[in-house]
Design a protein around this ligand. Structure first.
Ligand SMILES: Nc1ncnc2c1ncn2[C@@H]1O[C@H](COP(=O)(O)OP(=O)(O)OP(=O)(O)O)[C@@H](O)[C@H]1O
Ligand SMILES: [Mg+2]
Length: 289
């Protein structure tokens, strides 16, 4: 049990249902709902990197969107109840205070802005750029160069999105998240378009930066068990609830990854790494069955 003062995310009695896309709905009559997410209680400590795994359609993206306030609790196709606290604030307050950032597999970049300008966008939107003096602006430019180097895109400052491959676009979006100053980063399969080798390298870079510099809380969705165990401090496995009569929790597994070293080689040679990976793979297989 962690100290509440150190909690980045606290969730109680979260319940999300979507309305079935049925002919009744299209005809404008009240349709029935199906359960998508149930989380009686979840606490995530500050500075933790949490990976979410689970079969397609089990509610991973929905969960991130709910935390980010992207589902209207009063929307007519969603039933959303429960309590979410982000660094002690409600979702609305946290969004207003720019405490979180969300990145998707298909990056949302402005086509008329270069990589640097896209990376700066969150700082502009939050008014932080306007307050910067000459020195800070200079530092900011340096930080952007570093962020682009970290995502292995040195010298890509002036490229427009249409000049980038899908993997490069994902990496610009990750650089943008890193620069956003948000304390909670939500990432939905952001490395999905990268090949295996690039993905692993990006994971380790992200972990290293997060540990040494920013100590932010990261919740990321992935379909790769290896990525989850390499990058995560903790892994949650979600299950589909749609066919359950009285669904209790989306989480079927919640494990801590206690590997001592974070370098790639050491982790690969750690027997716990392989045990945890195999255990998670078996859990996922049983959920697919
Ligand atoms: N806005 C919406 N309205 C109605 N149903 C939705 C909506 N968004 C998602 N769903 C449904 O909710 C369920 C969970 O969707 P979600 O996108 O959260 O799954 P996921 O775990 O992210 O899947 P994947 O791994 O394929 O990305 C699915 O059955 C999906 O069809
Ligand atoms: Mg998804």
């Amino acid at each position: 049990m962690c100290d509440q003062a150190d909690e980045a995310i606290r969730i109680s009695n979260l319940s999300v249902d979507f309305r079935k896309q049925s002919p009744a709905k299209r005809a404008g009559t009240e349709g029935s709902y199906f359960p998508v997410v149930r989380l009686p209680s979840l606490s995530i400590q500050q500075g933790t990197i949490v990976a979410i795994l689970g079969p397609s359609g089990c509610g991973k993206t929905t969960f991130l969107k709910v935390i980010a306030g992207l589902h209207d609790p009063c929307g007519k196709n969603v039933r959303l109840t429960g309590d979410i606290k982000l660094l002690g604030k409600s979702v609305t307050e946290a969004v207003r205070s720019h405490l979180l950032s969300i990145s998707f597999q298909v990056p949302v970049l402005m086509p008329w802005r270069t990589s640097s300008e896209n990376i700066m966008l969150p700082l502009e939107l939050t008014g932080q750029m306007a307050k910067m003096g000459v020195e800070q602006l200079e530092q900011n430019r340096y930080d952007i160069d570093q962020a682009l180097k970290t995502v292995r895109l040195p010298g890509f400052q002036d490229r427009y999105p249409e000049e980038l491959s899908s993997g490069q676009l994902s990496r610009v979006a990750v650089a943008q998240a890193m620069m956003s100053q948000a304390k909670i980063l939500l990432m939905d399969e952001v490395f999905g378009t990268l090949d295996e080798a690039n993905r692993m390298e990006m994971n380790l870079r992200l972990r290293k930066i997060n540990c040494s510099l920013m100590h932010r809380t990261v919740v990321f969705v992935t379909h790769s068990v290896e990525e989850a165990v390499l990058l995560g401090d903790r892994v949650l496995v979600f299950q589909r609830l749609e066919c359950q009569v009285r669904p209790e929790s989306s989480v079927v597994k919640d494990i801590s990854i206690a590997l001592s070293e974070r370098s790639n080689e050491v982790r690969y040679s750690d027997s716990d790494f392989h045990k945890q990976k195999q255990d998670l793979e078996e859990t996922l297989l049983s959920l697919e069955a």
